[in-house]
Design a protein around this ligand. Structure first.
Ligand code: SF4
Length: 353
C-alpha cells in the first residue's frame, strides 16, 4: 500500500515539473523525427534544447551552409533554441589517433560520436537537463550504430541510460526517461537497418517536408578524400587545420616524401589556395598565360620546382612548347624552359583520381 502511494506521488511530482532534454540535431530527417516522436511520447512537460555539431569535414559549408540552415529551420519548426558546436579539433585528434579505429575509409566514427556525446553531456549538465535525445537508428551506420558500439559509446561517456533513441527505443534497453515515466515507451518506435521506408512514411504522417537527403557520413567516409587524408597522415602526421582545409580543393600531387603540390581547378580554388598559402609555401603560376595557381608545400630544390611547373603546365591553357613560371610569393620569374608533362607521367604523382 505504502509503495503504491509513493509511486503515484512521484509520477504527479514529475508531471508537474518541466523536464529538460538536449537533442542532437543534424538537420536531417532522423533527428527531426526523433524530436517529433519524443514530444509525442512525453508524459511530463518537456523542454528541448538542440545542439548542432559541425566540423571541417562536413559535406556542406558547416554552420552557415545547408545542414546548419536545416537545423535552424527544424529548431524553428519546434520552437527550440539551437546551439552550434564546432567539433573540428576533437575530430582532428581522433583522425590522428583513433582509440577505436577507422570505418571503411578514414572515419573514426566511434571516437567522433564519443566526443560529440561528451560535449552534449557537458551542455546537459550546464543546462540542468535530464537526458539526451538522438536520431540514431540501430544498424543504420555500419561502424557507430550497431548495438555494441552504442553500448561502448555510453560506457565511455558515462551516459548509460541517459541517451533516448526514440526511433529504435523498443529494440533497446529502457532508458532512465522511460523507466521514470517521463516518456511513454509504448509510443516509441522499433526502427532498425538502413532502409529509410519507415522514416519516409513517418515524415508523411507528421507532414515533415523538404528534409535533406541522408548525407551518408562526412568527408572522411569519401574514398577520394580519404586518400588525400591518408597521404597527409603518412607524410605529415603533425598536420594542422590549414593542411586539412587544402584537402578539399584542387588537384593533389605527392612529389616526394617532403613535398606536395596542389593545383587550383578554377578561379575560386586559385583564390582559396592564395588565401591558405603559408609564409614558407611557394605560390606560382605559368607566366604570360591564364591558368591555375599552384601551391608547393614542403622542402624543395630547383628541380622540384621545375617538376611542379611541368605538372602545372599540363593544366594551363598554353600554346607554346616551353613556358616560364611566375613565382607569386615574391613576384619573380623563374625557372624557364618548362615543358608540360603528359598524363601518364603525371599519374605517378597524383594522390587521388
Ligand atoms: S561520419 Fe564523420 S561526422 Fe559522422 S560519426 Fe563518422 S567521423 Fe563523425
Amino acid at each position: 500500500m505504502y509503495r503504491i502511494v509513493f509511486i503515484d506521488l512521484l509520477a504527479i511530482n514529475y508531471t508537474m515539473r518541466i523536464m529538460k532534454a538536449i537533442a542532437l540535431l543534424s538537420g536531417g530527417l532522423d533527428s527531426t523525427l526523433a524530436i517529433e516522436v519524443t514530444l509525442d511520447s512525453a508524459i511530463v512537460s518537456l523542454e528541448i534544447e538542440a545542439l548542432h555539431f559541425t566540423t571541417v569535414f562536413c559535406r556542406c559549408d558547416g554552420a552557415q551552409g545547408e545542414c546548419g540552415s536545416s537545423a535552424k529551420k527544424i529548431a524553428d519548426k519546434f520552437n527550440l533554441s539551437v546551439k552550434n558546436i564546432n567539433n573540428t579539433s576533437s575530430l582532428l585528434e581522433a583522425v590522428k589517433k583513433p582509440k577505436y579505429g577507422y570505418g571503411s575509409n578514414i572515419n573514426p566514427c566511434i571516437d567522433c560520436r564519443i566526443s560529440m556525446f561528451r560535449s552534449a553531456k557537458e551542455r546537459m549538465n550546464q543546462a540542468g537537463a535530464s537526458f539526451l535525445i538522438t536520431g540514431e537508428v540501430l544498424g543504420q551506420r555500419p561502424m557507430s550504430q550497431h548495438l555494441s558500439a552504442l553500448s561502448l559509446i555510453e560506457k565511455e561517456t558515462n551516459l548509460k541510460g541517459l541517451i533516448l533513441r526514440p526511433l529504435s527505443a523498443k529494440l533497446l534497453e529502457p532508458t532512465i526517461p522511460e523507466k521514470n515515466r517521463w516518456i511513454d515507451r509504448e509510443k516509441l518506435l522499433a526502427i532498425s537497418g538502413r532502409s529509410r521506408k519507415e522514416q519516409i512514411s513517418l515524415a508523411n504522417l507528421f507532414e515533415i517536408k523538404d528534409y535533406p537527403c541522408p548525407a551518408g557520413g562526412c568527408l572522411l567516409t569519401d574514398p577520394g578524400f580519404a586518400m588525400r587524408m591518408k597521404d597527409l597522415l603518412t607524410y605529415q602526421p603533425d598536420f594542422e587545420l590549414n593542411d586539412v582545409l587544402l584537402l578539399n580543393i584542387g588537384r593533389h600531387f605527392r612529389l616526394n616524401k617532403d613535398l606536395k603540390l596542389i593545383i587550383g581547378r578554377n578561379e575560386k580554388e586559385n583564390h582559396t589556395l592564395t588565401n591558405l598559402a603559408k609564409a614558407d609555401d611557394i605560390l606560382f603560376e605559368i607566366a604570360d598565360y591564364t591558368g591555375p595557381v599552384s601551391l608547393l608545400r614542403g622542402l624543395f630544390i630547383e628541380d622540384d620546382l621545375r617538376l611542379a611547373g611541368r605538372i602545372t603546365a599540363r593544366y594551363a591553357d598554353i600554346d607554346s612548347s616551353a613556358v616560364r613560371l611566375k613565382i607569386l610569393s615574391d613576384d619573380t620569374i623563374a625557372p624557364d624552359n618548362i615543358t608540360a608533362l603528359n598524363n601518364t607521367e603525371i599519374d605517378r604523382y597524383r594522390i587521388n583520381v
